[in-house]
Write a protein that binds this ligand. Structure first.
Ligand SMILES: *[C@@H]1O[C@H](CO)[C@@H](O)[C@H](O)[C@H]1NC(C)=O
Ligand SMILES: *[C@@H]1O[C@H](CO)[C@@H](O)[C@H](O)[C@H]1NC(C)=O
Length: 307
């Protein structure tokens, strides 16, 4: 088999422009992409360009013994914890040789830190580097913000190619939050003029009923409804501190956030008031898609991570 394949390559080389052989590559993906401690985690070794049968050797750097060897391309951790941190390699052997992929498994814990957005600009935001793995029938987003802005501003912007405001959590004015789903919104009025402090918000949506939940500083607000039967796409760009406009229009400084954002979580399920209470202390019961105890992000422009 190996020999005849070489022979074909040699022939192709002799007889002029050959179809370029697709390069065999491997990469390791984590599911969920931002794993939570004490929750299940799967690493998957994805090989492209080689249709042949494969063997997968899983190793952890610094360990003598291989972790796993065989046809299974997944490595499963029933309860991910600190002892699992490290660099993992997967060596996939197939009909066209072997390829190696590596993955650094660690946690980006932001507890006791906040993102500071010091000034109004359209160039500063935080890109969240984890997105849902499947379309969403349910979601919950929680975050804490601290600002003295009185104009409209955007906190959490989840845009898809088809819909800029696929999910948008924004403050419209001092007494009003808005949640957009698929471009439509509901408002939640909160007391204004009370003394300034940080505001903790959780909001949830479920497709089957369209019901939107809203919790302000841990307290549930009367539920409302929006976009019953809708499905939220998972191919999204998620930003903190800016609203994503149409691809041509870009970002609008007049909706930008100044102040502090922290304690950001997103789940693909609904949430109970009991769980909101534990989220106030950054102790999630359900594993989030991403959360403050493992927050994958990239800063663009002037935003700082500070204690
Ligand atoms: C982490 O998980 C391993 C099993 O993979 C277990 O043996 C160990 O006790 C766990 N450690 C902690 C601190 O929970
Ligand atoms: C979404 O939530 C509803 C109501 O809680 C539940 O019945 C349904 O199974 C959930 N769907 C998914 C895909 O999680």
């Amino acid at each position: 088999m190996g020999k005849s394949w070489l022979w074909l390559v040699a022939l192709a080389g002799l007889f002029g422009p050959s179809a370029p052989q697709e390069k065999v590559t491997a990469r390791i993906e984590a599911h969920p992409p931002a794993p939570t401690e004490y929750h299940p985690l799967t690493l998957t070794c994805e090989v492209s360009g080689d249709p042949g049968p494969q063997q997968f050797l899983w190793e952890k750097q610094g360990s003598q013994e291989p972790l796993q060897k065989g046809p299974d391309n997944t490595l499963f951790f029933p309860s991910f914890n600190k002892t699992h941190y490290g660099t993992y390699t997967c060596t996939a052997t197939g009909s066209q040789g072997c390829v190696v992929a590596t993955y650094d498994l660690w946690i980006n814990d932001l507890i006791n830190s906040v993102f500071v957005f010091p000034q109004e600009t359209k160039d500063a935001y935080v890109l969240v580097k984890a997105t849902p793995e499947q379309p969403l029938q349910n979601f919950t987003v929680c975050l804490r913000s601290y600002t003295d802005l009185t104009r409209p501003y955007s906190l959490f912007s989840y845009a898809t190619e088809a819909q800029d405001n696929e999910i948008l959590l924004a403050k419209h004015k001092p007494g009003e939050y808005r949640l957009y789903v698929g471009g439509k919104f509901v408002s939640f009025r909160i007391p204004k003029g009370s003394q300034m402090g940080s505001e903790h918000i959780c909001t949830s949506w479920e497709s089957t009923t369209g019901i939107v939940g809203f919790w302000f500083n841990g307290k549930p607000w009367p539920r409302k409804g929006l976009q019953k039967g809708y499905t939220v796409s998972h191919r999204a760009v998620i930003l903190l501190g800016q609203q994503q406009g149409s691809y041509e229009a870009g970002i609008d400084a007049k909706r930008s956030f100044t102040g502090e954002i922290s304690d950001v979580y997103m789940w693909d399920v609904g949430i109970s008031t009991q769980e909101v209470a534990s989220i106030l202390y950054n102790l999630p019961v359900e594993a989030p898609i991403f959360g403050w105890r493992n927050f994958p992000y990239k800063i663009e422009g002037e935003v700082y991570l500070k204690p």
